[in-house]
Design a protein around this ligand. Structure first.
Ligand SMILES: [Zn+2]
Length: 379
C-alpha cells in the first residue's frame, strides 16, 4: 500500500517545511518517486507531524487504543506491573490499532514507599486493572539489593529503569523512601546493564538526590519552588550542566491540583510552580520531553497530550519547541531512532491535523488522520 499526502505543511520533528509531498510506502515513510500511489490525501490547509510520543504514562487495558485515537503513536510507560506489562507489550507488538509501547516495568521504591500508598486506596476493580497481585510488588531495602532488583527487571523485559525518590511531601504524607546510597546503587546497576535511568522526584530536594546519584532523566518537573525562589534556578542550572532531561507532566500537576485542593493537602500552588519550573528549565537549556502521567483516572491517555503541549507554550516554549518535545526530543533520549521525525526510512507513525500547530498549538487536536506503522486509522 502506497499513500501519497500532497501539498502538505510538514513539521518534521524539528523544522517546518511550508509545502511538500510525503509518501507512505508500506510501514515506512518514503521519498515520493513519481510512480502512482494507491491512495492520495489532499494535505492543503493541513499539517503533517510525526506521531506524538507521550514520555510519561501508566498503561492499562484500553490505554493504547485511546492514545492512538488522539495521535499519540508511542507511550513511554513509567510503571507497569509484570503481568500487565506482558499483556500490553504483546498488544502493542501485534496490532496496528493501538499505540506502541516502551516501559519501565516495575519501578524501584522502598518497602511501603510511593506508590504503595496510592494503590492501597484503590478499590477491587481498579486493583484488578493492575492485573497483578499488588501485595507482591518487589522493593529495594538496601544498596546490596540493587543489582538483583535490576536483573529481575531485565528478565521482565524493561526498556529503562524508573527510580522513586519521593518521601510523600507532595501528597501530604510521610512515606518510607529509598536512601541516597540505594538510589546511587540502582543507577550504577542500571548503567552497568546499559539501561537509561529516570528518577521520580517532585521536590527540589528529591531531584537533587537523583542528580547526586547520576540519574539520566527526571520523570516530572519539581513543583515546590515558586518564581522568586533562587533554589529553582540553581537546580535548573545544575540539571542543564549534567545533561539530564526532564519530562514535564504539567497536565498531571494541573489535574492533581484540583483534587488536592479539594482534599486540603499536598503542595499549595504546585501546578503554577510546575509551569514555572518548566520555564526555568527551558531557559537554562534543559531538554524537555512532553509527558502527561496519563493513568486510568486523570490525565486521560492521548487527550492530555494536547493539553500538555498548550501548557508547554505557556511555559515559554515556542510552538515548534513544544512539538519537538513530543516527537524528536523523546525519540532521541529514549533511543527510538526509527521515529520522532518525518523522514524517509522511518516508521510511518504520522499525524495529520487541520490548520497549523506551529502558529496555533491547539490545532494538534484538530485531527484529520492518524497512521500507525503505515496503517491509516478509522476516523
Ligand atoms: Zn507517573
Amino acid at each position: 500500500m502506497r499513500t501519497l499526502i500532497r501539498d502538505v505543511r510538514v513539521f518534521d520533528g524539528e523544522r517546518t517545511v511550508p509545502r511538500a509531498d510525503v509518501l507512505i510506502d508500506g510501514d515506512r515513510i518514503a521519498e515520493p518517486d513519481g510512480h502512482p500511489a494507491d491512495v492520495e490525501v489532499d494535505g492543503s490547509g493541513k499539517t503533517l507531524l510525526p506521531g506524538l510520543i507521550d514520555a510519561h504514562t501508566h498503561t492499562f487495558d484500553g490505554s493504547l487504543a485511546q492514545a492512538l485515537t488522539h495521535g499519540v503513536t508511542t507511550e513511554l510507560d513509567m510503571f507497569c506491573l509484570p503481568g500487565n506489562l506482558a499483556r500490553q507489550r504483546e498488544l502493542a507488538a501485534g496490532n496496528d490499532d493501538v499505540a506502541d509501547l516502551r516501559s519501565a516495568g516495575m519501578l524501584a521504591t522502598a518497602p511501603g514507599g510511593h506508590p504503595s500508598q496510592l494503590m492501597a486506596g484503590f478499590d477491587a476493580s481498579t486493583l484488578e486493572a493492575f492485573g497483578d497481585a499488588v501485595g507482591g510488588f518487589d522493593t529495594v531495602a538496601d544498596p546490596g539489593q540493587a543489582k538483583r532488583f535490576v536483573e529481575a527487571r531485565l528478565t521482565e523485559g524493561i526498556d529503562y529503569l524508573k527510580i522513586v525518590v519521593d518521601d510523600g511531601a507532595v501528597h501530604g504524607a510521610r512515606l518510607p523512601a529509598l536512601t541516597r546510597q540505594i538510589v546511587a546503587a540502582l543507577v550504577e546497576a542500571a548503567h552497568a546493564n546499559g539501561l537509561t535511568t529516570i528518577g521520580h522526584a517532585i521536590t527540589a530536594r528529591e531531584a537533587t538526590i537523583a542528580l547526586d546519584a547520576g540519574i539520566d532523566g527526571l520523570a516530572h518537573v519539581y513543583a515546590d519552588t515558586g518564581p522568586d525562589d533562587p533554589a529553582g534556578h540553581e537546580l535548573a542550572a545544575r540539571i542543564a550542566a549534567q545533561g539530564v532531561f526532564v519530562v514535564t507532566t504539567l497536565a498531571y500537576f494541573e489535574a492533581i491540583t484540583g483534587q488536592a485542593e479539594a482534599a486540603d493537602h499536598a503542595l499549595p500552588g504546585c501546578a503554577d510552580n510546575a509551569v514555572h519550573a518548566a520555564r526555568t528549565l527551558h531557559q537554562a537549556g534543559v531538554s524537555l520531553l512532553a509527558g502527561t502521567d496519563a493513568n486510568p483516572f486523570a490525565p486521560v491517555h492521548g487527550a492530555a497530550m494536547h493539553r500538555e503541549l498548550a501548557l508547554l507554550t505557556e511555559a515559554g516554549l515556542s510552538n515548534a519547541e513544544a512539538l519537538a518535545a513530543a516527537t524528536s526530543v523523546p525519540a532521541r533520549h529514549f533511543g527510538l531512532a526509527d521515529r520522532g521525525h518525518v523522514a524517509p526510512g522511518l516508521r510511518a507513525d504520522l499525524l495529520l491535523v487541520d490548520g497549523d500547530p506551529t502558529r496555533d498549538i491547539t490545532a494538534t487536536a484538530a485531527i484529520a488522520e492518524v497512521w500507525r506503522r503505515g496503517v491509516r486509522q478509522p476516523r
